[in-house]
Design a protein around this ligand. Structure first.
Ligand code: HEM
Length: 408
């Protein structure tokens, strides 16, 4: 296969980000054509640089496991328009490679094992029940504000030992960091505030350790030959907080919408509790909330899907496309709650695969089953129609809903 090399010229298509009018959950229809005819094709990222768009499932797994393809400077936020190639902050493990990345991941991984996060299930259940108790004191609510956001936020704040009283400022700054709208200076200021907050908190935990993740991370780092610096710890803290609530909150709200949209689907979800595990993975596959995919940078020449990629070129692993690849998931545009969907790409793949995935699964299982059981008459305030496009976060790194007015 022959390819033009970057820069590809004025006619390079933009990243496919237009969802069809018929279904807001489906990714851009262009992906179907690309998977069939041009599985590795030139694309212009929102940030302005050209890249190779990789749209087939197997090729995406190839991209995400190839050590010659770097995550350095390639956090998905750099898909935003004001992209520039800066060195990642020390501690930003999602953007580090090889030994630098492994050092941080090793220190953190023990906090997120299945056994470790299962212990949190009763606490997550209590949080979900308290949110619903508060909702039921009235007759309507905003499901995003009153349920989907507080659950993962409270859980991750708790884990880290961050006082929940500070969550509103966090929420505001985190939205700026993850959004499409702010300019670079505004985003830098927001992320600076988040880092500054953590640096102060870490100072307190160094002086007076507690039984929380931050204190344990400090102790674990101190037991190694290269203890974590305050800067590294602060960046890790911000990463966990931002990664840990926005994604899961979006999944809770969108999944509720998908389940309410079809009474039979909702009944299946509720009547077969053993399905809940599968169902959550199928919803993760179907919704692909990391909607722009993941960015990588070639440090050497590589061949992906038969296409020669040169050192110095960018690649976008199109997660929403891989999750709808019919050669892996038959009838990919159908929600099949019994499907074995655990091999989906929504948590990424390879060295950086989401460290919080078991926690996210438990949060989703608890949130969705508790909500639909305790409020069986839950419905959209606007009736059976889908919320208008303006309510969907179409331009943010994480696909989601701004608000979701509900009644019961
Ligand atoms: C539905 C919820 C979630 C989704 C869809 C999601 C998605 C992802 C994806 C796609 C990656 C890989 C990024 C890459 O390869 O560049 C990732 C990494 C990561 N996620 Fe998640 N995530 C979710 C929940 C969470 C939670 C609850 C936490 C923590 C409490 C978390 C923490 C992280 C961290 C720290 C990384 C970086 C891992 C590394 O670089 O080794 N995520 N996540």
């Amino acid at each position: 296969m022959t390819n033009t090399r970057p820069p590809y010229g004025a006619d390079v298509p933009g990243l496919p980000v237009t969802r069809p009018d018929s279904c807001p959950f489906d990714p851009d229809e262009t992906y179907t054509r690309l998977r069939a005819d041009a599985p590795v094709s030139p694309v212009r990222c929102p940030a302005g640089m050209d890249a190779w768009l990789v749209s087939r499932y197997e090729d995406i797994r190839g991209v995400l496991t190839d050590p010659r393809l770097s995550s350095r400077g390639a956090g998905s936020m750099h898909m935003l328009p004001s992209y520039d190639m800066r060195d990642p902050l020390p501690g930003s493990m999602i953007q580090l490679d090889g030994a630098e990345h492994a050092r941080l991941r090793r220190l953190l991984i023990g906090e997120f094992t299945v056994r470790r996060v299962e212990v949190l299930r009763p606490r997550i259940q209590r949080i979900a029940d308290e949110c619903i108790d508060a909702m039921l004191t009235g007759s309507s609510a905003d499901l995003v504000r009153d349920f989907a956001l507080p659950i993962p936020s409270l859980v991750i704040f708790d884990m880290l030992g961050v006082p929940y009283g500070d969550h509103e400022a966090f929420q505001r700054d985190s939205e700026v960091v993850m959004g499409f709208d702010a300019d670079e200076a505004t985003r830098d200021a927001a992320s600076g505030r988040l880092e500054g907050y953590f640096a102060e908190l870490i100072g307190q935990r160094i002086a007076e350790p507690r039984d929380d993740l931050l204190s344990r991370l400090i102790a674990r780092g101190n037991a190694t030959v290269r203890p974590l610096t305050v800067g590294e710890l602060a960046t890790l803290g911000v990463l966990l907080l931002v990664a840990g609530h926005e994604t899961t909150a979006s999944m809770i709200a969108l999944s509720t919408l998908v389940l309410l949209d079809d009474p039979e689907r909702k009944a299946t979800f509720l009547t077969a509790p053993e399905l809940a595990g599968n169902a959550v993975d199928e919803l993760l596959r179907y919704l692909s909330v990391i909607q722009f995919g993941l960015l990588r940078y070639a440090t050497e020449d590589v061949t992906i899907g038969g296409t020669a990629i040169r050192a110095g070129e960018w690649l976008v692993a199109a997660i929403p496309s891989g999750n709808r690849d019919g050669s892996v998931f038959p009838a990919p545009d159908t929600v099949d709650l019994g499907r074995q969907a655990r091999t989906h790409l929504s948590f990424g793949f390879g060295a950086h695969q989401c460290i919080g995935q078991q926690l996210a699964r438990i949060e989703l299982q608890v949130a969705l089953t508790t909500l639909l059981r305790r409020i069986p008459g839950l419905r959209l305030r606007s009736g059976p129609a889908m919320p208008p496009p303006s309510e969907f976060k179409l331009n943010d790194i994480v696909f989601g809903l701004r608000s979701m007015p509900v009644v019961w």
